[in-house]
Design a protein. Structure first.
Length: 83
């Protein structure tokens, strides 16, 4: 999908490092990310999770596999809460 979008938008494609992006490769804002998460959760019986909850879950899962603290810190990168 990403390859097709890169071909479609050419030089206007923004090659974001984030997993969830717009078709043009641009970053979603926090409101849009919550909408994506809610759309996925509406199809399951899971309860609501915020992006920050998912960040914590990711960190815990890494640490439970004995990942090094420095690696986890680098993987999570810098986070600026919008709440």
């Amino acid at each position: 999908m990403t390859r097709n979008n890169k071909e479609t938008y050419g030089e206007k494609y923004d090659d974001s490092p984030f997993f969830i992006t717009t078709p043009k490769g641009e970053d979603f804002g926090p409101y849009a990310i919550n909408k994506v998460i809610d759309a996925v959760l509406d199809k399951t019986d899971l309860h609501h999770k915020t992006p920050h909850d998912l960040r914590h879950t990711h960190a815990i899962m890494l640490l439970e596999t004995d990942a090094d603290f420095k690696y986890v810190s680098e993987r999570l990168g810098r986070y600026y809460s919008q709440y």
